[in-house]
Write a protein that binds this ligand. Structure first.
Ligand code: URA
Length: 242
């Protein structure tokens, strides 16, 4: 059992304080009855909670975003090492959760966890054109020729890569790269192919969904329905020939 205002805040209804105000204003129902107190205990798995008459969870599936820290495996479970699912607090845990689109153990940033295999498949398929944006720190400066090589779709050893976008600002060792596929060590192998090594990697965005800057490493929260849809929003810059 959890406090009602905490559950509302976890579902992005607002801050805990705002959620409490909604409860006091009579806008929140639990199993059809107006809730009176923000500290009322509810069972988020069993109780039907609604705000202004709209059920909190309309979907069968759950979707979480995590700010993955380095040193943790992108897996549901592992005998020897901590996994991203191990990091979830009890109120975010659901049966069948898995990371949709893995990050390497040393990679940080935006990771989605869900129990929705269909969505994960759709999101990861290059045909869906869902670009993943990474920030990479390189051991040596990127060069304009790398941009052209990435845009053309480079060959990284035996890995044939689809066209990717590479850019940087003042510091050519701190680059941003967008790829729409997610093969094993994809970004690291692409840079290796142009003579650079990735020394740190962080995922910032998946499709139109950005990492919530309020999440510190290791923290996670539920996505709203609008945020789930953002994953598949058409990307602003799309190469029509890709
Ligand atoms: N590319 C990589 O090399 N590693 C990741 O974790 C993600 C993309």
């Amino acid at each position: 059992m959890e406090r009602l205002d905490k559950i509302l805040a976890l579902h992005n209804v607002g801050s805990r304080k705002e959620a409490g105000a909604l409860v006091r204003a009579g806008a929140v129902t639990v199993n059809g009855r107006a809730a009176a107190r923000p500290e009322q205990k509810v069972d988020p798995e069993q109780d039907e909670i609604a705000v202004h008459g709209r059920p909190l969870t309309l979907r069968r599936h759950v979707y979480l975003m995590m700010n993955k820290p380095a040193g943790v495996l992108s897996a549901a479970r592992d005998k020897n090492a901590p996994t991203v699912v191990d990091l979830l607090p009890p109120q975010l845990r659901r049966r069948g959760l898995f990371p949709a689109g893995r990050l390497d153990k040393d990679t940080e940033g935006l990771l989605l966890l869900t129990d929705d295999g269909g969505l994960a498949h759709r999101m990861l398929s290059p045909k869906s054109h869902v670009y993943k944006l990474y920030e990479a720190r390189l051991d040596r400066p990127a060069q304009p020729g790398d941009q052209a090589a990435f845009a053309a779709g480079l060959q990284a050893g035996e890995l044939s890569c689809l066209p990717a976008r590479l850019s940087w600002g003042e510091d050519p060792c701190l680059v941003q790269v967008e790829v729409r596929e997610g093969k094993f060590h994809q970004v690291k192998r692409m840079f290796h192919a142009v003579g650079k090594e990735v020394v740190a990697l962080r995922r910032l965005r998946i499709g139109g969904l950005s990492l919530d800057p309020a999440l510190s490493p290791g923290q996670a929260r539920f996505l709203t329905g609008e945020e789930v849809e953002k994953i598949f929003l058409p990307q602003a810059v799309e190469n029509p020939t890709a």
